[in-house]
Each structure stands twice: as structure tokens, then as C-alpha cells.
Design a protein around this ligand. Structure first.
Ligand code: UD1
Length: 418
């Protein structure tokens, strides 16, 4: 993570930006491809570092993958068994490696998964995933940093999630897609990425209903076939560029988005005084005359996304008054605060609540990305700041944003990667 981004602030951003495929849908769908017999071809997979890690894990367990000249990704699981164990060295690099548990259990009733790593945003346990698997008949043991999972006779079951966890919903869906009987997930996550995963699995022949609501029903089928599928656009990348327009005092047309996925973000941006206009394939955002303070509470979808919390905090740091941000999804997700303070922001954190007192100016300085979205927030602050900002640990940002330096440069930002 030694990369740096150097940004000279003060240029309003103008123009159009093309949004890439959704990281969080792409990662899980790549993993889910191992449930199929035959080749799966995926369009709109972003070229980001997290995708490369999933590719390495796929290759390591025996799956062939290749990029086509048209940018599509082919995933070709062999007809026999895959290696059931994910390597610590690879799995520690990202949290989404835990999704191999559901996919391997669905495929071959057995998995040994290194406890995952990922962004440092709280303890992120896996108890909900594990309870779900146990309900489906999986025996689980956790030893020396590995989860050993085996299902002698898996059968569908009714699973109530205490919290609508995205990863637990996805993991259970993947296993249940090939588990005999009916599985019902209650209090399931409703994120668009869950719907995308279900659409993908259904294209392979799965029988999944109800995604996008609290109750998902999955009738297990004996086999799934490879398919050709295109990933939805990344709503968080889109939201980040929307804030870039607002914070830099510019106007950006954010192309290749599904506007309904952006409604929670659009609503809050409008409250800050930005002008937002929806079109069929895009959203136009123009900075308002001033940035008004707003209160934000992060919640599972369709609530305001935790993955946009830090970026909004950057914007509200320049608001005319005080804003209150409550983080309800993750503990320990205010790490960007200390870095924003180095740039002149006035923010106080008390438990899960941050009070942001808007300031007139942020100043460029040396800061460090502590996680992916914190990194994005620092870029946004740097765009509006006076002088030069050097963002260390920018590798975090490249985990989730495709060509972010190029995209920002085309919009008129003064960005250098080194
Ligand atoms: C996914 C996204 C991440 C996003 C998050 C919430 C991917 C690869 N990552 O992460 O970008 O910020 O959804 O929208 O898709 N929890 C438990 N026990 C569990 C599982 C989760 O307590 O077994 C807790 C977590 O610690 C966290 C909360 O539930 O506090 C939400 O986690 P979850 O929805 O599972 O997020 P991820 O799937 O890890």
C-alpha cells in the first residue's frame, strides 16, 4: 500500500464520467461462478485490485480465468473438485474472500476458509454467516484462524438474520442455490448487489425469489450452468463522483448508473444544496451556491449507505453550520476524522456519532488513507482544499475505484499518481 496520490486543490470539476461495474456485485458474482458447470462470461467487471485478489484465489483453488479483448472476464471451473481451502496469504487481503465459504459449500459440500481480512473498519465478525450455514446442516469448527465447514447432508431451512448482513445473505444464497429443499432467509439484506447476485444465479438456473425484499426464498437445484452476465454499475463510485461535483464547485454528468440505486445519496446531496437531475442513463450534479449542513444516519439499503459516509463527511466539513453523522452499520468507521482534521476540518466523535462543524477552507497537507472509502473522502477534500495534498496508502483506493486518477484528470482535477 505504498502508492501515493498528489492532488492540487481548487479546480472545479466539469464533464462526464463513466461509472464502472459494481465492486461489491462483481466480487460476489465472480465467486458464485464456481457453482456452475461450464464457462461463465462476465461483462462490466471493474479492473480494480480487489478483483485481482479474487482472481488469484480462484486460480489458486483450480479455476481458470481469462480476460477477453472486449474486457469481459471468463471464469471456467474444472469438471472435478476444486481445492477446498483458501490460502491465508490471499484471503487476508480482503473481507470478500469469506464468500468462498458459501460457494464452495454449494459446489462440493466442504470448505476451509482462512478468516478474512479487508478494510480496517471494525471487528466484522462472521457469526450470522455461521448460524445460517449451521441451519443448512453444515458442521463448523474454527481453529487456528481457519473455518472448517462440512455438510454431510445439507437441506434447506428457515434462517432469520439478527441483522441484514450483506455478506451473510450472499453466502447463504450461494450455498442454498444448490442445497436440496426450500431455504428462506428472513430479515435478508436488500442491497442492489444482492438482487444482482440473484439475477446472476437465476441466469445459471437457480430458483431464487424475493431479493430486494426482507424475505428471500431459494429452492435448491441440482445443477447450475455457466452463463453470460453483465454486472450492475457501482452506486458508491457514482456517489463519490457526485460529491466530487458538489465539493469542487463544478458540474458532472455521471453516466452508466441506475438512478434508483442512487436515491438515498441523491436525497442527501439535494439537502446540502446541490442540484441533481436524473436522466435515463445518468445523473447530473451541479454544486449549489453554498453547502448546507445536513444530518445523516447510515443504515442498510435503502437507507443511506455506510460506504458513502466518509465522502459526505468530507463535503459537510465545508458546510455552513454543523451536521450530525450517525454510523449505524460499522463500529470504528470514523478513522478518516483524524486525517480530515489535519486538513483543517472541525469534527468531534462521540461513540457512533460525529459532529461536523463546517469550516470555510480546508488546507492541503500530507494525509493517509486508512481504508477504501476514507481514501475516497480524502481525495474529495483534497479537490476542494487550498494547496497540495499528498495521500499516502492510496493503494486502498485502487482496491475499489477503477482508474480514479484518469477519471478525475479528465474532469479537470490536478492529480498525480506515484
Ligand atoms: C458489505 C460490503 C461493504 C459494505 C457493507 C454494508 C462487500 C464486499 N462489502 O460488507 O462494502 O460496507 O456490506 O453495506 O460487499 N456482522 C455481524 N456478524 C456477521 C456479519 C456481519 O455482526 O456475521 C456485522 C458487521 O460487523 C457489520 C454489519 O454487520 O457491523 C454489516 O456487515 P455486512 O452487511 O455483513 O457487511 P459486509 O458483507 O462485510
Amino acid at each position: 500500500m505504498e502508492d501515493q496520490l498528489i492532488i492540487e486543490g481548487g479546480s472545479p470539476l466539469y464533464g462526464q464520467v463513466q461509472i464502472s461495474g459494481a465492486k461489491n456485485a462483481g466480487l460476489v458474482i465472480m465467486v458464485a461462478s464456481i457453482l456452475a458447470d461450464g464457462v461463465t462470461v462476465l461483462d462490466n467487471i471493474p479492473r480494480i485490485r480487489d478483483v485481482n485478489v479474487i482472481l488469484q484465489i480462484l486460480n489458486d483453488i483450480g479455476v481458470e480465468t481469462s480476460w477477453g479483448e472486449d474486457g469481459s472476464l471468463s471464469i471456467c471451473p474444472p469438471s472435478g473438485r476444486l481445492k477446498s481451502r483458501t490460502s491465508y496469504e490471499l484471503a487476508k487481503k480482503l473481507r470478500a474472500s469469506n464468500l468462498f465459504l458459501g460457494a464452495l459449500l454449494g459446489r462440493q459440500k466442504e470448505a476451509v476458509i482462512s478468516l478474512p481480512g479487508g478494510c480496517n473498519i471494525g471487528s466484522r465478525p462472521m457469526d450470522l454467516h455461521i448460524k445460517g450455514f449451521q441451519a443448512l446442516g453444515v458442521e463448523i469448527e474454527i481453529e487456528h484462524g481457519y473455518i472448517y465447514a462440512q455438510a454431510k447432508k445439507p437441506t434447506g431451512a428457515c434462517i432469520y438474520l439478527d441483522f441484514p448482513s450483506v455478506g451473510a445473505t450472499e453466502n447463504i444464497m450461494m450455498m442454498a442455490a444448490k442445497t436440496p429443499g426450500l431455504t428462506v432467509i428472513e430479515n435478508a439484506a436488500k442491497e442492489p448487489e444482492i438482487v444482482d447476485l440473484a439475477n446472476f444465479l437465476n441466469s445459471m438456473g437457480a430458483k431464487i425469489r424475493g431479493t430486494g425484499t426482507d424475505v428471500i426464498k431459494i429452492e435448491g437445484v441440482p445443477e447450475l450452468k455457466g452463463c453470460h452476465y453483465s454486472i450492475i454499475p457501482d452506486r458508491i463510485e457514482a456517489g463519490t463522483y457526485m460529491v466530487a461535483a458538489a465539493i469542487s464547485g463544478g458540474e458532472i454528468f455521471v453516466e452508466n448508473v441506475i438512478p434508483t440505486h442512487l436515491h438515498p445519496i441523491i436525497a442527501k446531496l439535494q439537502e446540502t444544496g446541490a442540484y441533481v437531475e436524473e436522466a435515463a442513463q445518468g445523473v447530473r450534479v451541479k454544486a449549489g451556491e453554498k453547502i448546507l449542513p445536513v444530518d445523516i444516519k447510515t443504515l442498510p439499503y435503502p437507507g443511506f449507505p455506510t460506504d458513502m459516509q466518509a465522502q459526505m463527511m468530507a463535503l459537510l466539513s465545508l458546510g455552513e453550520g454543523s451536521s450530525v453523522i450517525v454510523e449505524n452499520v460499522f463500529e470504528n468507521r470514523f478513522q478518516v476524522v483524524d486525517e480530515l482534521k489535519r486538513m483543517g476540518a472541525r469534527i468531534k466523535v462521540e461513540g457512533h456519532t460525529a459532529v461536523v462543524e463546517g469550516v470555510k477552507t480546508l488546507y492541503g497537507t500530507r494525509v493517509k488513507a486508512t481504508d477504501l472509502r476514507a481514501g475516497a473522502a480524502l481525495i474529495l477534500s483534497a479537490l476542494a482544499a487550498r494547496g497540495e495534498t499528498v495521500i499516502e496508502n492510496a493503494g486502498y483506493i485502487f482496491r475499489g475505484y477503477e482508474n480514479i486518477d484518469d477519471k478525475l484528470s479528465k474532469l479537470g482535477a490536478k492529480v498525480k499518481k506515484q
